[in-house]
Design a protein around this ligand. Structure first.
Ligand code: G3P
Ligand code: CA
Length: 268
């Protein structure tokens, strides 16, 4: 069974096909019919929220150093597309506000607090509120519980997902995440099992899977019974669901009856 809704989340946009965290990547996700995207936020020097994964600019732009050392105006001048191919030359870094203003209700947004500077949770929540998207955003982060909880307190209705490093104790993290009042947990694909997913569901948490690099990873994650996954190639997952699942009249997505022990042969 694939829980409903099963979240096919374009990771940093459809970043397997267009430069991550740029408009091109989010437009590519929309073009594929994907309804959920993931992105990462960092503070700029002047307190704006820019979408960038790494803690420095070198890998995905022609800039250098930390985004926190530059103003938004300076960061906007950088080329964030050419590293992936000449056809993306001129793609620029964008802000969370621009993302929300552009795509409004076309996506559910999974926003990771990649920068853990104190105050980034509340700052992110304020931008989400300003654009009226509180119900459509799930904040997430590794080891930043205080920021996630502060954001939820600032914007009631905002949901949070704790991202778990494979180095952490999964059992303890599930209990701690539920007790803290988060809405979900995201487990690394090499850690996730049906048993961990069941334990998290029993604790009242939605479960996501992260770290997919291959189609085998994707299938392992999807067969765990989790509620969705971030993936750079969302079309792989769309194809897998189309091949192995069925959509009922009520919109339920479930796998075809199986004689194996996948635990995925019923809908609910
Ligand atoms: O879905 C979580 C995932 O985005 C975490 O990994 O490296 O892309 O931030 P990373
Ligand atoms: Ca991320």
């Amino acid at each position: 069974m694939l829980p409903v809704p099963f979240r096919i989340i374009a990771h940093r946009g459809a970043s397997g096909y267009a430069p991550e965290n740029t408009m091109a990547a989010f437009r590519a996700a929309r073009h594929m019919g994907v309804q959920e995207i993931e992105t990462d936020v960092h503070f700029t020097r002047d307190g704006e929220l820019i979408l960038l994964h790494d803690h420095n600019l070198e890998r995905t732009t022609n800039g250098m150093g930390s985004p926190a050392a530059q103003s938004l105006a300076e960061l906007r001048c950088l080329d964030a597309g050419s590293w992936m191919g000449p056809q993306f030359a001129g793609e620029s870094l964008i802000t969370l506000a621009e993302l929300l203003a552009t795509f409004t209700d076309e996506f559910t947004y999974h926003v990771e607090l990649k920068d853990r500077t104190p105050g980034i949770g509340v700052a992110t929540a304020r931008v989400v509120q300003m654009y009226g998207r509180t119900a459509d955003v799930l904040l997430s982060g590794f080891d930043c519980d205080a920021e996630l909880l502060a954001a939820k307190a600032a914007a009631p209705g905002l949901r949070s997902t704790v991202l778990l490093s494979p180095k952490r104790d999964t059992a303890e993290a599930i209990l701690r995440t539920a007790a803290a009042g988060h809405d979900g947990i995201s487990l690394y694909v090499e850690v996730i099992t049906r048993e961990w997913v069941r334990a998290a569901h029993d604790a009242g948490l939605e479960v996501r899977c992260w770290g997919i690099r291959t189609r085998q990873d994707m299938e392992r994650g999807a067969r765990s019974g989790c509620n969705g996954m971030t993936i750079n190639w969302p079309d792989w997952l769309q194809q897998w669901v189309a091949k192995t699942g069925t959509v009922t009249k009520t919109g339920t997505v479930c796998s075809q009856p199986s004689t194996g022990d996948s635990g995925m042969d019923t809908c609910r």
